[in-house]
Write a protein that binds this ligand. Structure first.
Ligand code: ZN
Length: 250
């Protein structure tokens, strides 16, 4: 594929169609060549089939998130889940078609895209959906990273982990825009449909590859119709806490 190339990296949509549409519109206004989705298309919000349809239409690479797994695999036993979480998963299972269920179930855990990697959680055991909040957890993932850059989601909190060289310590940097210096990067793109960093605006990343070595990231925050998303949750009878989170971004 010819360079330069611009990717919109989106994650944790969580059945929030209002946020997803706003992010797609914003990305298209930024002259994106391609979308990449890091999973959790469903769960928490109340428009799962709309989001699956929209993502499938984008024709982007998609990797599997834990909610995609729970909602598409009837063998996942919900007894150990918190009642609120279990009720949303059960509701989602009932509200997506068989074809959507098969599609979610068949998603891969990781994807190699031109010169970079996509995963929902971490590369050391992507099927166990571990959280990478700190440098120790990121270090485990770096051990399995074969590309200079890997994008992930899962925590809903955008940030940048950097390792200057194979033997050096991993550092955690704030989610700031700019060119990537030398070293390897494990970058969390935040969440489209349920941000948890205190900013309720939808979050995603534009990754620009000017050449194979000249790379930059831009974290974008996008306003969307939270009220409409909240009304859907209410109408579906899903837990009220899911509405509050959208407004507070926590
Ligand atoms: Zn998620």
């Amino acid at each position: 594929m010819p360079l330069p190339r611009r990717y919109a990296i989106i994650s944790d949509i969580h059945a929030n169609i209002e946020a997803l549409e706003a992010v797609i519109a914003d990305a298209n206004s930024q002259h994106i060549d391609e979308f990449v989705c890091l999973g959790d298309v469903v769960g928490y919000n109340a428009a799962p089939s709309e989001c699956i349809r929209r993502i499938r239409k984008l024709g982007s690479k998609v990797v599997k998130g834990n909610h995609d797994h729970y909602c598409s695999d009837p063998d996942v036993n919900l007894d150990d889940f918190q009642p609120n979480a279990a009720s949303v998963i059960e509701w989602t299972r009932r509200n997506i078609s068989e074809s959507d269920t098969i599609w979610l179930h068949g998603l891969p855990f990781t994807a190699a895209i031109m010169g970079f990697t996509a995963v929902h959680s971490t590369l050391d055991s992507p099927e166990h959906f571990r959280y990478a909040f700190d440098t120790l957890e990121a270090k485990d993932s770096f051990a399995y990273q074969r590309t200079r850059v890997c994008f992930h989601g899962h925590t809903h909190v955008p940030c940048i982990f950097r390792r200057a060289s194979a033997g050096s310590e991993v550092e955690k940097l704030a989610a700031t825009n700019g060119t990537l210096d030398a070293g390897n990067y494990f970058i969390n793109v935040g969440s489209v449909g349920q941000p948890r960093d205190g900013d309720p605006k939808a979050c995603y990343v534009i990754f620009s590859m000017m050449s194979l070595t000249e790379l930059s990231v831009e974290f974008r925050r996008v306003d969307y119709d939270i009220e409409s998303a909240a009304r859907r949750i209410e109408k579906a009878g899903l837990p009220e806490r899911l509405i509050t989170r959208l407004y507070t971004g926590q």
